[in-house]
Design a protein around this ligand. Structure first.
Ligand code: BGP
Length: 471
């Protein structure tokens, strides 16, 4: 691996920060996403959070209280030797309702302190501007990304943080897993559907707004500092044909394109022909402004970031078993084992995905999420033996190193997801743990929030120290 490879870890404000009422923070999308059976319909935008029963539990509000523990947590990251740390700013901590003309100074102060703490240890901050997040005020008043106005509010927020953190933060990611908008539109983008609304139309219109906003953010970033590196972010995972039947192969290509669409716009600078034809066939007409095509064309991203948890699989006949636990519809791949949450485990697919993305875009890749969600139970002495996580990460790191060293994929860094246990995005559980650091909190919200080093903690420290040679 290259000597300056950025080993680190990743979290996001919506799932770890908590402190929902601290420091003048405004309400955010995550604050109204409940735990339990209502979670999925709310995230899908088909159940209105204002209709939830009283007493619903909202795990993101406190999360693991990174807000109150960040110094302790960053010290642990430093102990593992992190070269970088990916996290997100909470937009509503900086613009509480989204509409203020001036930022909330207390919010900026919090991130000043967080960023300075990282820099103190020589850890490079990698900031996601919008990780399943937006001020609830903008959701309520404008319908979030349904409205073009959202781009203006987003840009105001970008302008403030770009100028404020210039010289301290270099890597920026615009929208986390931008393609998640198609699957969990409320969680991803604050979209709630009205009765009878054409959902596909709404989603693609919102996507257009985000894509234009992302390109405008790239433009602004480069104006503020030529040093800034701005990336897009894809929930990646190549789609395999279930068989060599050409119908399956064609289906897999179409499925891949549903995801590539976003990155084709962000990295290549315009709507691809297949997407224009698809939208036309679906009867979708997007409202675009005259300058949009130019903005998209002239402001492509500097790098591409991605999450990879698993590959996907598709059958043209739609028959057979579905892969469990997956927000992306996928057929069950008979060659793969699955995690406790039913997500397929496919390290080879990681190498395939990295190669496919690099072949297609020829831009540096940054792996900003990967990992295994699993149950961990601390022993009486406080040790946590998470060997299955080590096995998962070892195999994936090997595949990633092969992609870099044998295939020549240009890789910037690797930040496994949930380097410290945090709230699961899809399930809202604490028990779906990804961390090298255990956090004492259960699914009912009880626990001391105490942090413990898992076995993987020492293992990953050695991986980093040997630049991936000691696995
Ligand atoms: C990605 C998100 C993360 C994260 C991860 C794991 O989709 O970007 O926010 O949560 O998946 O998913 P989960 O938490 O559902 O296990």
């Amino acid at each position: 691996m290259r000597k300056d490879f950025l080993w680190g870890g990743a979290t996001a404000a919506n799932q770890c920060e908590g402190g929902w009422k601290e420091g003048g923070r405004g309400m955010a999308i995550v604050d109204v996403i409940p735990q339990g059976a209502n979670r999925m319909p709310v995230m899908q935008g088909i159940l209105d959070y204002r209709e939830l029963p009283e007493g619903s539990c909202y795990p993101g509000r406190e999360a693991i209280d990174f807000y109150g523990h960040y110094k302790e947590d960053i010290a642990l990251f430093a102990e593992m030797g992190f070269k970088c740390y990916r996290f997100s700013f909470s937009w509503s901590r900086i613009f509480p309702t989204g509409e203020e003309m001036e930022p909330n100074q207390e919010g900026l102060k919090f991130y000043d302190s967080l960023v300075d703490e990282l820099l103190k240890y020589g850890i490079e901050p990698v900031v996601t501007l919008c990780h399943f997040d937006a001020p609830l005020g903008l959701v309520e008043k404008y319908g979030s990304w349904k409205s073009r106005k959202m781009a203006g509010f987003f840009l105001r927020y970008c302008e403030v943080v770009f100028r404020h953190f210039k010289g301290r933060v270099r890597y920026w990611i615009t929208f986390n897993e931008i393609n998640m908008l198609m699957h969990l539109p409320f969680m991803g983008a604050g979209i709630r559907f009205e009765e009878g609304e054409n959902q596909l139309q709404v989603k693609y219109q919102a996507a257009h707004h985000e894509l234009v906003a992302s390109a405008m953010a790239v433009k602004l970033a480069h104006e503020v500092s030529p040093d800034f590196q701005v990336g897009c972010m894809l929930a990646a995972g190549s789609v395999y044909p279930y068989s060599c039947n050409p119908a399956d192969v064609w289906e897999s290509m179409k499925k891949d394109r549903e995801n590539y669409f976003f990155i084709d716009v962000q990295a290549r600078g315009g709507y691809p022909e297949y997407a224009k034809k698809y939208l036309e066939r679906q009867g979708i007409q997007l409202e675009m402004q005259r300058e949009d095509a130019k903005i998209l064309k002239e402001n492509t991203v500097d790098f591409l970031s991605l999450s990879y948890y698993n590959s996907r699989c598709v059958r043209a006949d739609g028959q057979g078993e579905a892969a469990g636990g997956n927000v992306f519809a996928s057929a069950k791949n008979p060659y793969l084992e699955c995690s406790q949450w039913g997500w397929p485990i496919d390290p080879m697919g990681f190498r395939i995905t990295l190669n496919a993305l690099y072949d297609r875009y020829q831009k540096p890749l940054f792996v900003v999420e990967n990992g295994l969600g699993a149950v961990d139970v601390p022993e009486a002495d406080g040790s946590v033996h998470d060997d299955c996580r080590i096995d998962y990460l070892r195999a994936h790191i090997q595949a990633m190193i092969a992609a870099a060293d044998e295939d020549g994929v240009d890789l910037i860094g690797y930040t496994p997801w949930g380097c410290i246990d945090l709230v699961s995005a899809t399930t809202g559980e604490m028990s779906k743990r990804y961390g090298f650091i255990y956090v004492d909190k259960n699914d009912s919200g009880e626990g001391t929030l105490k942090r413990l080093r898992k076995k993987s903690f020492g293992w990953y420290r050695d991986v980093i120290a040997s630049n991936g040679e000691k696995l």
